[in-house]
Write a protein that binds this ligand. Structure first.
Ligand code: CAA
Length: 381
């Protein structure tokens, strides 16, 4: 048993860390102020192979596997969590198409995502009344001769307004999960409307929009995977996505912790606090919880890389990482005091950006549901 990264993974992590430190960290304030991530930044991610970390090189990915993916998300999130979410959704969409798409869909869409030709892929699953329960969605796709006619509205879609590759879920049959199919559409085609970007508590440089479909026609070959097979595709994609969100949350928290360490160990007004046992104990608990969560993330990613079941481990990693990361950033703001509350401070930004990790790609309650169902089935790791 080996609990250390091998040389190739260490080298990869260091490469991403250098990129994050040199290219993302110094400019994140500009992106926050602009409430956008420019295409130039996406292209830099693409050049490093960060938009298809688990996608074959033949489709423009870097094929480095799930462990490399979580290492990269953590590094990018530590520097800029909004860029990390764009990267994460692009990877998720590229992987879904790679796994379930036809040859034509793969070659038409995946290299465009991995090559950074758009702001990000989009994962159009949630609706106003179907967030935690996507099986209850009402968006419909009806067969009209050779084509599909889509009507409905999707909500909370990351980069829904900047994506040429939209994976869309719609009802093609009766009620419940089995009546749902998955489609792949080109975001450049006219016919559907993206709403104004939501004004969010955090992740300002990442757009979150609604998508409205009103009698939108799709070609017959827009179906992704099998008719009625859409729900399972969403679940499988989210299993992988959840490991990424867990890594994102930890990146944010480690960033806040690094800032607090800087305040406590350099000649600042905070330095004396480092000698207070109350502060030391808080730091110890934060560091221990984050480390435990990171090990769960690595384990879930490793299982995925071995092509073994990992739904439960991904849910455990997400709930543990996002909840401990949120606790950690609250402690960091507290230790940093008034300074830590300033809008441009790492700790304040971490507090804003981290909260959503307990919400998107399945809330903490959903992760607990996934884990407890597995426990009740008597499954063991
Ligand atoms: N992998 C493969 N198949 C799965 C699966 C998985 N992880 N989970 C469930 N399934 C299958 C089941 O086996 C079942 O198939 P059969 O009927 O053939 O046995 C089918 O799917 C239905 O499963 P359930 O009965 O368990 O479905 P459910 O309606 O009870 O839902 C749930 C289960 C886990 C609660 C699910 O609804 C869920 O994950 N909800 C949260 C949704 C979510 O995470 N949304 C995030 C939005 S996307 C986003 O945030 C992206 C972004 O932009 C950042």
């Amino acid at each position: 048993m080996e609990l250390e990264l091998d040389a190739a993974l260490r080298e990869w992590r260091d490469t991403v860390r250098r990129f994050a430190d040199q290219r993302l960290r110094p400019t994140r304030r500009e992106r926050e102020a602009a409430h956008a991530t420019p295409l130039a930044v996406i292209r830099e991610l693409a050049a490093l192979g960060l938009l298809g970390v688990n996608v074959p090189t033949a489709l423009g990915g870097s094929a480095r596997g799930p462990l490399a993916y979580v290492l990269a998300v953590r590094e990018v999130a530590e520097a800029d969590a909004a860029v990390a979410v764009t990267m994460a959704v692009s990877n998720m969409v590229a992987e879904v198409i790679t796994r379930f798409g036809s040859e034509a869909q793969k070659t038409a869409f995946v290299p465009r995502i991995t090559g950074g030709e758009m702001i990000g892929g989009a994962f159009a699953l949630s609706e106003a009344g179907a967030g935690s329960d996507p099986g209850g969605m009402t968006t419909r796709a009806e067969r009209r001769g050779e084509r599909w006619l889509v009507n409905g509205e999707k909500l909370w879609i990351t980069t829904g307004d900047g994506s040429d590759a939209i994976v869309l879920w719609a009802r093609t049959g009766g009620p419940g999960p089995k009546g749902i199919s998955c489609f792949l559409l080109d975001g450049r085609r006219p016919g559907f409307a993206a709403g104004k970007p939501e004004e969010k508590m955090g992740l300002w440089a990442s757009h979150t929009v609604s998508l409205t479909f009103s009698d939108v026609e799709l070609a017959g070959d827009a179906l992704l995977g099998e008719l009625g097979g859409g729900f399972k595709i969403a679940m499988m994609a989210l299993d992988g996505g959840r490991i990424g969100v867990a890594a994102q949350a930890l990146g944010i928290a480690y960033g806040a912790l690094a800032r607090v360490r800087e305040l406590l160990t350099r000649p600042t007004a905070h330095q004396a606090l480092a000698h207070e046992q109350g502060v030391q104990f808080q730091l110890a608990d934060v560091a221990t919880e984050l480390e435990a969560a990171w090990l769960l993330v690595l384990r879930a990613a490793w299982l995925k890389g071995q092509n073994r079941p990992f739904s439960r481990e991904a849910a455990m990693a997400k709930v543990m990482a996002t909840e401990s990361a949120n606790r950690a950033v609250r402690v960091c703001v507290e230790i940093a005091g008034g300074l830590g509350y300033l809008e441009d401070e790492v700790t304040a930004r971490a507090l804003r950006d981290c909260r959503v990790t307990q919400i998107y790609e399945g809330t903490s309650e959903i992760q607990r549901l996934v884990i407890s169902r597995d426990v009740l089935r008597g499954a063991h790791a």
